[in-house]
Design a protein around this ligand. Sequence first.
Ligand code: FAD
Ligand code: E1W
Length: 484
Amino acid sequence: MAQPTITLIGGGLVGALLAQQLAGRGFAVEVFEKRPDPRLAGILGRSSASYARGTRPSMDSGGRSINLALAERGLQALRTAGLADDVLRHAVMMRGRMVHTQDGASGLQRYGVDDSEVIWSVSRGALNMLLLDAAEAAGVRFHFGQSLVGADLDRQRIRLADEAGVQRERDAGLLIGADGAGSAVRAAMNAHAPLGERIESLGHGYKELEIPPAGELPPAVLQHSGGHDQFALEPHALHIWPRGGYMCIALPNTEGSFTVTLFLPAQGAAPSFATLPDATAAAAFFREQFPGLLPLIPRFGEDFDSHPVGTLSTLYLERWHLDGRALLLGDAAHAIVPFHGQGMNCGFEDTVVLTDLLAEAPDDSAGVFAEFQRVRQPNADAIAAMALENYVEMRDSVADPHYLAKRELGGALAARIPGHYMTRYRLVTFTHVPYAYALERGRAQDHLLEQLLRDTPNVADIDIEAAARLFQSKLEPLPRLRHG
Ligand code: FAD
Ligand code: E1W
């Protein structure tokens, strides 16, 4: 039987990668993307050639440089698609988190055991363009500047609007929504038959700021900042300035800049975005709370005033599909808060699962969509929960003595019994075990760590051999963990 035509809404990170894989399996794929083609419509009319030459390739349409952390799960999906090496050529390795305390001290906490366990900072814009190129080369047809505005799901028809607002209708075939957290496909499906949607706002927002390459900063501010070459800070780290109820982070860009993100309550008593109405108030707040960071952001005022406050929510749905007619994936199905750096990674994992299922049973889309949700939803729920938990851990506990004792004991066990103990962070970030398994295993391990520390709060006093025997007797060995 002829394979059905697939209509994909959204040519973002997940949509572009899914399209490339489906086309590689022989599906005819049409993608409708709201925004103009980023490869042509560079900032200030920059030509696509300047992107190809790599001049400041990480700018968004507002001229900002936005990056994301790519970890093993996303990398594995890119390997499946044959794109991992290309992506890594444009990535900056991050070995661990560099924690900057209020007093100006900083120290690197490695993420993994060695350089085989690292994560990668990639430019969202450059990654998206690479994926669009790859999908096009695989035969995908893109229609940019085409926004989904409605659908008649009974007749499998969609309505699109171009940038001038002119609408037209067309047949959808199989409709797949990869159109992000504010998904229009989801809205159309929900209007047709409720999806059991629940959106939980975190109540915190975020604002992006930029640390330029070192060459653009006065030598005096670079003296103790810990950077080298063109980087104002240590390049191979994810920087964190935890401050209790809020924090800043910074990820490196290939050209030497860093993108800083401030996470802060949206409303309520100071400090919150509501109590920082303008850049002057915000600069005073930074001078107080992030004194080492402020001088590295020379365009603080412009950045603060011109960049919007982003909102953060978790999206839960009861249903991800309408029988065999329409399906959601990526953020459209399961948007999460960003504090584990796994939203894109999870969406990339989705694309591999869906492509395999569809290629195996191309004429049973109802069965495939149901199976996709059955497999992926428990894992999406698990990473949603872990991402929420990680915010608290990031903000509050990186300096908490009990947390540090647990880390120390965990480190000793990871070295002594690697087949029985691996931190939840490493299971999530450096392996392919299902997220739901990482969540469950993390709980069981944590329970035992707490039990040991309750009896003997001082790690130096704990008998590691006895602790190792406890873990080995209470927990199954970890599954075979494929690294890299
Ligand atoms: P999107 O990237 O949102 O793409 C959706 C696409 O659909 C867009 O191109 C959009 O223009 C298009 N679209 C929208 N509506 C329509 C319409 N009506 N018609 C046609 N097209 C439409 N994840 C990580 O893995 N690591 C990180 O370090 C990380 N950091 C993050 C930091 C922040 C502050 C935030 C907010 C998120 C972060 N994430 C991270 C999550 C990551 O950004 C998302 O999970 C990922 O972008 C989801 O990809 P997507 O393709 O599903 O959605
Ligand atoms: C990562 C936006 C973002 C992205 C991330 C991470 C964090 C905090 C944030 C989690 C982490 C990579 N994390 N880092 N250090 N400890 N946990 O690992 O992507 Cl806020």
